[in-house]
Design a protein around this ligand. Sequence first.
Ligand code: SF4
Ligand code: SF4
Length: 351
Amino acid sequence: MSGTLAGRRDPLASPDEQLRAVDAVAIEGDDLDFDRAIARAGLPILTPAALEIFQINLGKLCNMTCRHCHVDAGPDRSDAMMSRATVDACLRALDQSGAHTVDLTGGAPELHPEFAYIIEAAVGRGKHVIDRCNLSVLLLPRSKGLANWLGERGVEIVASLPHYRKRNTDAQRGDGAYDKSIDALRLLNEAGYGQGDPRRRLTLMSNPAGAFLAPSQSNVEEEWKEALHRDFGITFDRLFALNNMPISRFLEWLVESGNLDDYMAKLSRSFNGAAVAGVMCRNTISISWDGRLFDCDFNQMLDLDALPDDTAMRIEDFDLDSWQRRRVVTRRHCFGCTAGAGSSCGGATAQ
Ligand code: SF4
Ligand code: SF4
């Protein structure tokens, strides 16, 4: 299937439908309750650590329509874009929070009209800024000079590239995506990214092409570096290897390919207690385009609000003490964060 779930009016566009599909998985002998898995490992339930990262999802507009997208982003999603008022509310909350990093995601955050504004504001506050970039967006005419502009402000680029091999990348992102990614990586190298300069850090983020777990990122980083340098002369600073989450379009693929049960079994059987402490919900706040607050981008896509019910808080009335007292909302998809070496926006959580 191509296009966004929302554009196709697919029932799986609904977060409730997605949760129902995953909750319906029954595997004999397996307990898919995430909190019980934590308890069996002798670990305490997930509790917030110090808030370090403001992850702001600027919206669902994207120039691509990748098969594995957990956001259901695409060119037809200009319906979901953060307003300037909400951006300003994010900045006010950032001032209250003490977080050191602003992590911009989407969609393609570069397509948002307030992208430059929020970066200038965050950099002006002394924050480390991350741009989660799909690479091909850098080749659009509107992006001319953007790589240099970001480098001048010390913005880290975390660029998604499913694999250093063309076949795997095009399978997820569409024909031609790999070649565009390579052109964009060259452009980033020319702008000084990916060559050991901490103010022009280029991180690549990979994810598997099918229903299997990410390899150990420390094991494959050298292989990636060698391959991209050998084939294209491209350099980068580090690699994150992430698991795919059973959410949105990757969930659709799991259902259609008959892989959902096996994938959930794989995630739960690969539970790694050592990965729990580093899951991103502990030190991150995830803010949606419409100003709602979530434990992580995955819970955001599933409409699992943090501080639900009558305590619901929006970014406009962010209160750090209440945020830090919350209980993290967990469901079965959380096994994606603790399988194998663990998986978070900052890469593996256990090596
Ligand atoms: S995975 Fe990233 S690049 Fe692909 S459609 Fe989703 S947001 Fe866009
Ligand atoms: S999916 Fe979100 S809430 Fe669940 S463990 Fe991962 S980061 Fe935490």
